[in-house]
Design a binder for this molecule. Structure first.
Ligand code: GDP
Ligand code: IMO
Ligand code: MG
Length: 427
């Protein structure tokens, strides 16, 4: 019963979509367990490029069942748009399963996300504006709307009216916005009910039965470890648990079922939105990483902040996720640098610190201590085995592995499915 979790080891956009898609042909189920359409996962198959936001990347593998777990927040309009976009391109999406317990991103959650960010001004988080935080807040506040509520109009009405009673006070009195009419929200939500009905299922039962029957299940994280609401750089985080434990709560599968946890790790670092980032480069190297790496957000189109690899972050990801493997992506982007600095520790108030400080004040003061590794100039995009890589690229990978605390079992040398060097099998 192999169950694997595949998650972001940094601040998101590590290449989770590509890694999931690569395994998609060998797994029976791919499950999103948290987040929503704040994610942007790019999958390149041949000359076709897909940007997935809500759908698990397994949707592109014909024999794989894609599952949206209970821990995900679902914007039905985005989901239906994404499904029809894929259908238009000839992708069969009929196997999709959506948990009835997943929460719905309502139009007022999207409005709340936007107005609160505006209200925060300079202190804003830089959210994707997709209503993610407010929807999770409603969930925890026990005022959320779930997918299954679409199938009981009277309960749905009670819940929407109760939620809007408070939110409209806030919108009109605090944020100087127009009130939102419950009838309008209800009409919109009920309009999705029939369209979503074929997909709604008891996904917890389905997944546990599948595992008992020896099927292979892959849990695909959105965002990344440092964006985790508990373990990330709070408050500059998302509102869910991308870390490994999130797969259990967000899919209803016990921790004893999970055999492997793979951290997707970019060969350098990127971040979108506000918050601390010790190795950020505000110089021409940062600009070059952004240009060569194509570091522009899939969801919001924002430029990603870029910096050198941070081994302190990687070690932290190994620890909080219990990583068994790393998938190192975008090694090809570093081709051409004569020297590549790697952050091995931080200097905080004059002291050398090896591990991520738990104090946000210390983290804000952290200055990277770099070791410089020799670069390579040979094109590595056609490499198929570790031995095909130039000696200095091999040494870079080995150095990162030693610093990061888990074996690097695969290396991305380009965006395509085939542009991967597999060192250890994941299955
Ligand atoms: P995700 O959110 O973790 O799925 O990552 P994104 O899709 O937001 O960003 C990763 C980007 O890097 C995408 O454009 C991928 O096509 C691309 N990518 C993934 N792996 C590699 C790789 O090994 N090399 C290169 N050059 N690009 C890659
Ligand atoms: P994938 O799955 C990178 C960031 C936002 C913001 C913070 C909170 O493609 O790796 P939110 O809208 O979630 O409340 O925003 O989290 N963020 C991401 N950054 N990749 C993502 O997803 C992200 N999803 C959210 O930029 O800083
Ligand atoms: Mg992304």
């Amino acid at each position: 019963m192999p169950a694997l979790v595949l998650l972001g080891a940094q601040w998101g956009d590590e290449g989770k979509g590509k890694a999931t898609d690569l395994l998609g042909g060998s797994v029976d189920y791919v499950v999103r367990y948290q987040g929503g359409n704040n994610a942007g996962h790019t999958v390149v198959v041949g000359d076709q490029k897909y940007a997935l936001h809500l759908l698990p990347s397994g949707i592109l593998s014909p024999d794989c069942v894609p599952v949206i777990g209970n821990g995900v927040v679902v914007d039905p309009s985005v989901l239906l748009f994404e499904l029809s976009g894929l259908n238009d391109r000839g992708v069969d999406t009929s196997k999709l399963l959506i948990s009835g317990n997943a929460h719905i991103i309502t139009p007022y959650n999207v409005t709340t996300d936007k107005v609160t960010e505006r209200f925060l001004g300079k202190r804003k988080i830089g959210t994707t504006g997709r209503g993610i935080g407010p929807t999770y807040a409603d969930k925890i506040n026990r005022t959320g709307i779930r997918v299954q509520d679409l199938y009981d109009e009277s309960i749905l009405r009670q819940k929407v009216e109760a939620a809007l009673d408070i939110k409209n006070q806030m919108l009109t009195k605090l944020y100087n916005r127009r009130a939102i009419a419950a009838d309008q929200v209800l009409e919109e939500l009920l309009g999705y009910a029939d369209k979503l009905r074929p997909y709604v299922a008891d996904t917890v039962l389905v997944l546990n039965e599948a595992l008992d029957a020896g099927k292979v299940v892959l849990f695909e994280g959105g965002q990344g470890t440092l964006l985790d609401i508990d373990h990330g750089t709070y408050p500059f985080v998302t509102s869910s648990n991308p870390t490994a434990g999130g797969a259990c709560t967000g899919a209803g599968v016990g921790p004893t079922k999970i055999n492997r946890v793979i951290g997707i790790l970019k060969a350098y670092t990127t971040r979108v939105g506000a918050g601390p980032f010790p190795t950020e480069l505000l110089d021409e190297d940062g600009e070059a990483l952004r240009r060569i790496g194509g570091e522009r957000g899939v969801t919001t189109g924002r430029d990603r902040r870029c910096g050198w690899f941070d081994a302190v972050i990687a070690r932290y990801a190994t620890r909080v996720n219990g990583l068994t493997d790393f998938f190192l992506t975008k090694l090809d982007v570093l081709t051409g640098w004569e020297q590549i600095p790697v952050c091995v520790a931080y200097e905080i108030d004059g002291k050398r610190v090896e591990e991520l400080p738990y104090s946000q004040t210390d983290f804000h003061h952290a200055k990277p201590i770099y070791e410089t590794l020799p670069g390579w100039s040979e094109d590595i995009s056609a490499a198929k085995s570790f031995a095909d890589l130039p000696k200095n690229a091999q040494a870079y990978v080995k150095a990162l592995e030693e610093m990061s605390g888990a074996p690097i079992s695969a290396i991305g040398v380009g965006p395509g499915r085939d542009e991967t060097v597999q060192i250890n099998s994941f299955l």
